[in-house]
Structure formats: C-alpha cells, structure tokens
Design a protein around this ligand. Structure first.
Ligand code: ZN
Length: 353
C-alpha cells in the first residue's frame, strides 16, 4: 500500500478506535480481529518508507467476560530470548474462557534482530527499538514501527508490561522497573502491578522523559498516555533458562489476578530490594574483559569488578564499584570496547519509597 493511502486508512481506523469496546464487540488490532472468547493471530503492518517495510506478529486474546485491555510486549531487543519465549508461552497458556477483558501480545517487536542474532538494535536502521517512542510515520523503520505500536496498541490498552532480559553481552539478574509519573492514582496502580509481578529487586526510576511526544521507552510511552505500565527483565547472555521464563510467566499471571482479569487472589512481593540509583561502570579501555563478580552478587564500595587486558595479556584497567550495591548485570563476554558497559551496580534504598 502506498504511504499516503496507508496514512489515510490509518487515520480512518483511529476514528473507529474512539468507540469504547463493549463485551460483545469484536476488537481489532492491525489485521487481527478477535470476537469474545477467541484467540486470533496476525500482523501489524509497517509500510516501507526510507527503508524496508516490516510486520510485527500480534495476538489478541479476547476473554469471554468484559474487563480491561492488557498489553504484553517483548523482543524490542530480539536477542533477549527468555523474555520472548515467556510471551510465546503466554500465547499458549492464556485461556479466553478464564479471562475477563483482552490481552494483546506482541511477542517479537524486533524480528530482524532476532533472525540475524544482532543484539541491542534493529539492524535495518541501527536504532534501539526501545528508545524512539512514540515514533513517527515518516521516520526510519524503528520509528515507523514505534508509531504503529503507539497508535494500534498503546492508545487502545489500559495497562502494559514490557518484557526484557539480559542481552547477548549482559549477565543479568532478574529485576523490574517502577517509574512513577506523579499521578497518585496511576502510580498506585503501577506499583501494585510491579509488586504483584513478584521480582525481588525493583528499580525506582526517577529520571524519565515527561513529554509524551519524546517518551523514548515503551513503558514510559504508555505511562505518559495514562496507562499504568511496568518493565521487567529476566534472562541473560543468550540463554533461555526455564527458571527465568517461569519468573516472567508466573509474574504476568499474578498481575492479571491483581487486575481482576484472571480468577484468584494476587500475591505481592514482600520486602523487595528497592534500587534507588544505578552506578553505570563503563570501560575506559579497549581490550579483553575478565569478570571477578557475578550477576546478583552484593559488592562493597570500591570492590574490583574485573579487569581488562590488552591483546598481549597485560592488565590495563581494573574497574571498581563506586558505591556498595547489587550487580544488576555485568558484561558477559570478553569483548570490551572503550566506553562500553562493564556493569550496572544497583544501590539499595534504606527503605521502601
Ligand atoms: Zn531489552
């Protein structure tokens, strides 16, 4: 479809979306239309622009009973495999007969990253697919895909969970993000979601863009549009450990109980470690990295995190932790380039926020 025609169709379809979705009404996202009590699959089409077209797989699971719309999105970093496989499991596991409301699943936003095994970015345009929200229809592929997700999914959802995990070069321990926006009611709801998700380490995000037109991150994009949202991470370094996948699947089911979309009582994590500040340790040298700590270790201020040698084996750098905290992730690979991340050390708050 030509771009102008596609934009016209897109705007027309937005007008249809303004109507509230009743329990008996069919809900359509992209090419996917699901009647109550059904599960449907299809694609969000991203037309060609300055670079190639693409399509994002989408699943709509419409409960038999009415209720809110929850979006589960993963794979904006296409080599964070545990998070992608968790959402794949949820496609199978979620039963429309049990659900009140609708679940929209985007299991793999960055298909080119996944298929080509390229970490961090969309290899088509070299951009991270979690930094360009709300996106723009006349931008490069990442920006166009982000715009389609904003209008087709974010604008239509009530809640959102964005799934991540340690990427190919990140040895990461599981954690979640809570990003309050200053609206007490919405913040209470998103806090309830993150505590119901159940990961025992929660990063309190204080510095995020406040302008919905420059939201950058998917969860922030949804939060700034009035939808309580969280981000969660489990998995590391190309692995798809069943225990990591189970954390993400079970956390999602418990959030759905919290939102009254599934029957049963939700549990809530008691006394999580709240991370109030992240110490980003980067390398001032290029060479070979040898870690001395592991993901999840607690380290003291000044602790040596590893060392970097030149290509002849001579130690040229010993990165240290600036403050005490938990190793949220540490570089998982020997490849080290000047300016790249050695570790994220999370400083634990003395008390819950
Ligand atoms: Zn990620």
């Amino acid at each position: 479809m030509r771009l102008a025609k596609w934009v016209a169709t897109f705007v027309a379809s937005l007008c249809l979306f303004l109507a509230p979705v009743g329990a008996q009404q069919t809900l359509a996202v992209g090419s996917v239309s699901a009647a109550p009590g059904t599960k449907a699959t299809g694609f969000l089409e991203v037309p060609a622009g300055s670079d190639a077209a693409t399509r994002l797989p989408v699943v709509v699971i419409r409960g038999e009973k009415s209720g809110p719309v929850l979006t589960l999105a993963s794979g904006s970093h296409g080599t964070e495999y545990a998070s992608i496989l968790a959402v794949e499991q949820l496609i199978e596991k979620l039963d429309p007969k049990q659900i009140s409301g609708t679940v929209i699943l985007l299991p793999l936003i960055n298909t080119a990253s996944f298929e080509q095994k390229v970490p961090h970015i969309n290899p088509v345009d070299g951009k991270s697919m979690n930094r360009f929200y709300p996106g723009k229809l006349d931008g490069t592929q990442t920006e166009r895909a982000s715009a389609v997700i904003t209008h087709e999914v974010v604008d239509r959802t009530d809640y959102l969970i964005d799934f991540h995990g340690g990427d190919l070069d990140e040895s990461l321990r599981p954690y979640a993000y809570w990003s309050p926006i200053g609206n007490a009611k919405q913040d209470a709801m998103s806090r309830g979601m993150v505590e119901a998700f159940g990961l025992d380490t929660i990063i309190l995000v204080k510095e995020r863009p406040k302008d919905p037109n420059a939201a950058r991150y998917l969860d922030n994009n949804a939060s700034l549009r009035g939808k309580p949202s969280i981000a969660v991470e489990a998995g590391y370094a190309g692995t798809s450990d069943p225990a990591d996948i189970a954390l993400l699947v079970d956390g999602t089911l418990n959030v759905m109980r919290y939102l009254k979309m599934l029957p049963g009582n939700a549990t809530s994590i008691e006394h999580p470690a709240w991370v109030e500040k992240i110490d980003e340790v980067s390398s001032s040298e290029t060479g070979i990295f040898y870690p001395l700590v592991e993901r999840g270790n607690y380290v003291a201020a000044g602790a040596k995190l590893g060392y970097v040698t030149d290509y002849f084996g001579k130690v040229i750098l010993e990165p240290h932790a600036a403050a005490a905290g938990v190793v949220l992730y540490i570089c998982a690979l020997p490849s080290m380039k000047k300016g790249y991340t050695v570790a994220f050390i999370g400083q634990i708050a003395a008390q819950a926020p």
